[in-house]
Design a protein around this ligand. Structure first.
Ligand code: ZN
Length: 258
């Protein structure tokens, strides 16, 4: 099925190659310890935002062969997005949530279904979307939305991978909110006091790719037995400050989960 409108697109892609003819597109990753191709082809990912961060996640996960990818983003593509986000000149002025699904279909290898919606996560909730998935990838640019995503999917027992970069695009973090474990508020207890929506901040492909790489590994670890010994990682790409790798525990002073 292929439904198309300004606000919605759904694309069923075709599997490339035949394993029987030694054309298995997933051959190399299937050789990794703990990697279960069948598991990711059954898995469903829900992306909040279709900007710089989720452009990286989308490209990586659709190439790996995740079964279903659904995007929500109400923003319109601008010229300044083209240096790092998965859009082209013809997408300018159009809904990012729809354009990213269309563009990602070119990268699909294993028959993924890709769906894009040109409205926000908050609108999707208000409109009664089912919003079910195996993992949610939160790639928005503000804490207000991160807090809402954290609370909503914690209540639904769906894990969320949060990713953000700092205002100078020099450092970035990945935080994995797992079912029954530390939530976004446990990791960032001041998140409710820091809700400014950034505007025209610096951004570059390098830090986005770096953090999304770690986050993509975390998504795999939630779906199959790829080992992960952290739920929070912070990287400074310039190298003048130390990187962090740790496991955040539930915080009794958390403003979101108590
Ligand atoms: Zn919490």
């Amino acid at each position: 099925m292929f439904v198309k409108s300004r606000y919605h697109v759904r694309i069923k892609t075709k599997r490339i190659g035949s394993a029987a003819r030694d054309e298995d597109v997933a051959d190399r990753q299937k050789r990794l310890p703990g990697f279960v191709q069948e598991a990711i082809e059954k898995a469903s990912l829900l992306f909040i935002g279709a900007g710089g961060i989720n452009s990286e996640y989308g490209e990586g996960t659709v190439r790996k062969g995740y079964g279903r990818l659904t995007f929500f983003d109400p923003d319109l593509t601008e010229y300044s997005n083209l240096s790092r986000q998965l859009f082209f000149k013809e997408d300018i002025g159009k809904k990012k949530g729809v354009c990213i699904a269309k563009n990602l279909s070119r990268f699909a290898t294993c028959g993924s279904v890709i769906e894009g919606w040109g409205y926000s996560f908050q609108d999707a909730v208000a409109l009664g979307h089912p919003l079910d998935a195996d993992v949610v990838i939160c790639g928005v640019d503000n804490n207000t939305a991160r807090v809402e995503v954290s609370k909503f999917f914690r209540a639904k027992n769906i894990p969320v991978v949060f990713t953000a970069v700092d205002l100078m695009a020099e450092s970035g973090y990945v935080f994995v909110q797992e079912v029954g474990k530390a939530c976004f508020g446990c990791c960032f207890p001041d998140c409710l006091n820091n809700i400014k929506i950034p505007c025209r901040t610096p951004a570059a492909k390098d830090i986005l790719k770096t953090v999304a790489g770690m986050g993509m590994y975390a998504i795999d670890s939630l779906i199959m037995d790829r080992k992960r010994n952290w739920n929070y990682r912070l990287v400074h790409i310039a190298g003048f400050a130390p990187d962090i790798k740790t496991t955040i525990e539930k915080n009794p002073k958390c403003p979101l989960c108590e």
